[in-house]
Design a protein around this ligand. Structure first.
Ligand code: P61
Length: 901
């Protein structure tokens, strides 16, 4: 079974590759030390796990509830409470980061020249010890330096050496790291810590535990030695085995800054409290903003989240396995920070500094060179540290392929360290004679391009037990619309309003001013909508159906026909409510799930001509052309056919109105499938398509990448004025459409982002990935793959259930029960009843839609979804039909209830 992330993505940070010439210049400027490169010159950063995690949504909101009082901030008390709960430590002293804590501990407990002993936890400790003229002794077992030794707890110091140090009387403090960042996060075992602690007690030397990566250590301990214990219990037991616990919030707690010291010893607390005010800040904020203490409190409260730790372990194991398959020696066993490569396995055995520079040059990635002299031992590793909740599997794949790619290069010159030995690797400068590599083979192109964004904020979720799911779907009347979000594992109900917004959208949202009259946001929105779509007049609406409501009222005389390519539920509802007679003239192929016709969304020009001839153009209110037709399976329209439709309508003076809700996806599929447009940009294709119409309605909750919003655009001024009046009546001012200004700002930015090629291709290719997996397993899916969703063909999936027993409804319910994945019925229930006869409209298509939210789920999630569907498919014979026990009057699929037959 695949393991997916235990979260969905909430905010993404858009990501651009750094061109080769910029990389060359940046590397020179950084004196060939990749650790000196600024982050914006790095494409994906595997140089550290410190302070670069994706936040959880709760941490993000914690940042918004900072109590920035100078003394006695509420956030301090929250932090203190969590520290008590998680670690069982009564007193908390906040510090600005981990090294702030270390500084206070060293300064408080040791005097110049005195000794302290550590298990190789040197990263920040060593420079501090030097600065305070302390003697730092580091002990680790010989295995710790052997990448091949399977010793599971390489951070365990040999007890005899610890005792020898304590016995001699020289050592005044023991500082043990729960996991060592140097080798990818090698853990310290609980047993070893407990033994060290009793030794320390015997010799009356305080033991300080660096708990920055305690969750990682505890998880690995559980995995390797104590499967029956849970991580939360282990966190407490580790914490009990020390006098002082300290940490940086920038590792397992997933924060960007912040640290603390915690103890149960009142004398120690008094000591640190007297120092914190000198070096950090007041004892109730310790050099952290209130918001950072709150985010740290939240991060610590979530430390024991085993589903995330399990996911992380699995992904790092995958990274290890792939690298080993390529013949690389990887430091063993796995820690939870990342993977360390033995540089000697590369041809010519370059140093890690050389390899890191080369890796950056050829792929824009940063890795961490970890060489030789730190421990005075002979090892040279390239650290591939994987930030938490930040990169997807595709991005890890890119890392793997980049490392493979290194084999093609020869390094012409070794780097020579310039100047004297610096305090920290970040400060090292190198020199090189001539050019660094012999030749450049062009920018490295991966087999599967990674997502053009990385994760900024996540929303954790978990899979509920099968019993809970069975109960939930029963209580929901076998209708997935009636399930609660908290009961869902992976939510593919809809791609509507579910996108992860970008950092740029959020930035604009904060920037604009709120006003329902013309605001900077309204101007920005208008500019982008007009430029992007090409229509003259633009109205925002609160969402798509509001635009449809206004347009239908403004354009339909009762008794007139409205021609559509298939139907969408809300569109048809508003056309009919305005007195229109709904007509569907989509091409026949659209109704054949097996047909691979590339433009199954097209309106049929022959059917249109015949209809006009039969009824007369004046009886047709307008022709509504949906892009990327939702109910047909996310199937695109072509420019060629739409041009024909447009010409026919222009000739007869029938307006053409697009439902351009998924126009960017449609444009991408045109670029792929319609040869004449292969070289066009997405923007150009959208403009070309929209130029064939007289206006459009848009639900911005789809392609436009916002959670709320709609657009109505027209060319005709008289029509615009009718619409603007209706907008004022039903929505809000014509400038706001009933939206907050920030929503207009988010739409403005979204209208740009949706046209970026890297984004739209990664979006549609993800849909195709799931589609391919299902099809290869023999699951009946609508062909060819569409733009926003994969549609299961329920008639073929459950041929033994007749349509009046709602096979698609049944399938959606079963999928939820089996896998926690939520899809949506798009069959006879959605089609509703014929207003004339009152009977079910026996829809030709009986589908379950798995709509994929934009930028929210990863390829790992898609694997999990595919496995769920395939499992239902295997057991399909056992499924029986449903009967409807409650039916509402309009749009019944939303709230209807069913029972098993
Ligand atoms: C969806 F089950 N779609 O796909 P609004 N046009 C088109 C849409 O796809 C669309 C709207 C207009 C939804 C949400 C939804 O029966 C349902 O912003 C092509 O939702 O008002 C919406 O835009 C309406 C799901 C709507 C449904 C109606 O999931």
């Amino acid at each position: 079974m695949s393991v997916g992330e235990s979260f969905r993505i909430k905010i993404v940070q858009t990501l651009k590759r750094v061109p080769y010439d910029l990389r060359v210049a940046a590397l020179k400027e950084a004196h060939y030390n990749v650790l000196r490169l600024p982050r914006d010159r790095v494409y994906l950063d595997f140089g550290t796990t410190r302070g670069n995690s994706g936040l959880t949504d709760k941490q993000l909101s914690a940042l918004m509830i900072g109590d920035e009082a100078y003394a006695g901030s509420a956030n301090f008390y929250a932090l203190e409470r969590v520290t008590q709960e998680v670690f069982g430590k009564r007193f908390t002293v906040p510090t600005h980061q981990g090294r702030g804590a270390e500084h206070l501990i060293l300064r408080g407990l040791l005097q110049a020249g005195q000794h302290l002993l550590t298990n190789g936890n040197l990263l920040t400790l060593a420079p501090l010890a030097t600065a305070l003229t302390l003697q730092l002794d580091s002990v680790l077992g010989p295995d710790a330096f052997d990448p091949r030794s399977p010793q599971e707890f390489k951070a365990d110091p040999p007890l005899d050496q610890v005792e020898a140090g304590l016995k001699a009387g020289g050592v005044k403090l023991l500082v043990l790291g729960a996991a060592l960042p140097q080798f990818g996060g090698q853990p310290l075992s609980l047993d070893n810590l407990e033994s060290c602690f009793s030794l320390a007690r015997r010799y009356q030397v305080p033991l300080a535990l660096d708990a920055s990566m305690l969750a990682s250590a505890a998880y690995l301990y559980k995995l390797r030695r104590a499967p029956s214990l849970d991580v939360r219990a282990l966190l407490r037991r580790y914490a009990q085995a020390c006098d002082i616990l300290y940490l940086t919030g920038r590792e397992d707690a997933g924060c960007h800054t912040g640290g603390l010291i915690a103890t149960n010893d009142e004398a120690l607390y008094t000591l640190f409290r007297s120092l914190v005010v000198v070096y950090e800040g007041l004892h109730t904020y310790g050099g952290q903003a209130g918001r950072d203490m709150q985010a740290l409190a939240q991060g610590l409260a979530d430390l024991g989240d085993e589903s995330y730790l399990a996911f992380r372990h699995q992904k790092l194991s995958y990274l290890t396995r792939r690298l080993e398959e390529d013949g690389r020696a990887v430091y063993q066993p796995l820690g939870l920070s990342g993977v360390c490569l033995d540089c000697r396995t590369f041809t010519g055995a370059p140093t890690s500094a050389n390899l890191a520079a080369l890796l950056y040059l050829v792929s824009g990635l940063r890795a961490r060179p970890m060489g030789g002299s730190t421990f005075g031992r002979d090892f040279d590793l390239l650290g591939l540290f994987v930030p938490r909740r930040c990169y997807t599997e595709r991005q890890i794949d890119y890392l793997i392929e980049s490392v493979q790619h290194l084999a093609r290069y020869r390094i012409a010159h070794s780097l020579r360290m310039a100047g004297s030995e610096p305090v920290a690797p970040e400060l090292t400068r190198y020199e090189v004679d001539g050019s660094f590599i012999t030749e450049y083979h062009g920018d490295f192109l991966p087999a599967h391009p990674p997502e053009p964004y990385f994760i900024k904020v996540v929303e954790p979720f978990r899979l509920k037990s099968i019993e809970k799911r069975a109960q939930a779907i029963r209580e929901a009347g076998y209708n997935t619309f009636l399930l609660r979000s908290e009961d869902i594992y992976i939510d593919l109900l809809t791609d509507s309003g579910t996108a992860a917004m970008s950092n740029q959208q959020w930035a604009k949202m904060l920037e604009v001013q709120e006003s329902e009259l013309g605001s900077d946001a309204a101007r920005l929105f208008h500019e982008h909508a007009r430029a992007g779509l090409g229509f003259r007049y633009i109205l925002p609406t609160h969402q798509g159906r509001a635009a449809e409501h206004i347009l239908s009222r403004a354009l339909i005389h009762p008794g007139q026909y409205v021609i559509n390519n298939m139907y969408f539920t809300t569109t048809r509802e508003h056309q009919e409510r305005a007195g229109g007679i709904f007509v569907d003239l989509i091409v026949d192929e659209a109704y054949d799930p097996r047909s691979g016709y590339p433009f199954k969304g097209d309106l049929d020009p022959k059917k249109l001509t015949a209809f006009i001839a039969a009824h007369g153009p004046e009886r047709i209110a307008y022709v509504c052309v949906e892009t990327n037709v939702n109910m047909a399976g996310g199937q695109p329209i072509s420019l060629a056919t739409t041009r024909e439709i447009s010409a026919i309508c222009r000739y007869h003076r029938i307006p053409v109105i697009f439902d351009a809700t998924r126009v960017a996806e449609n444009a991408y599929l045109i670029r792929q499938r319609e040869r004449a447009y292969a070289g066009w940009t997405i923007k150009e294709i959208i403009r070309e398509l929209m130029a064939l119409g007289d206006g459009c309605t848009i639900s911005a909750k789809k392609d436009v990448l916002v959670n709320i919003g709609g657009i109505l655009a027209v060319n005709d001024v008289a029509l615009y004025e009718r619409c603007a009046a209706l907008c004022t009546t039903f929505e809000g001012t014509p400038w706001s459409g009933g939206l907050a200004s920030r929503d207009l700002a988010a739409m403005a930015v979204g209208l740009e982002e949706m046209t970026e090629y890297d984004y739209i291709s990664s979006r549609v290719e993800q849909v195709r990935y799931l589609w391919t997996k299902l099809r290869e397993a023999g699951v009946p899916v609508v062909e060819p793959p569409g733009g926003h969703a994969v549609f299961l063909d329920a008639k073929a999936f459950l041929p033994h259930i007749p349509q009046d027993q709602f096979p698609a409804q049944r399938l959606a319910a079963a999928l939820y029960e089996v896998s926690g994945v939520r899809g949506m019925e798009r069959g006879i229930v959605s089609a509703g009843r014929d207003p004339a006869t009152g009977r079910h409209r026996a829809s030709k298509l009986e589908l379950v839609r798995l709509a994929i939210p934009r930028r929210v789920y990863t390829y790992s999630h898609m694997d999990v979804v595919a496995e769920g569907v395939i499992e239902v498919f295997r057991g399909r014979q056992r499924l029986t039909g449903l009967r409807m026990i409650f039916e509402p009057p309009a749009l019944r699929f939303f709230t209807a209830r069913f029972d098993l037959l």
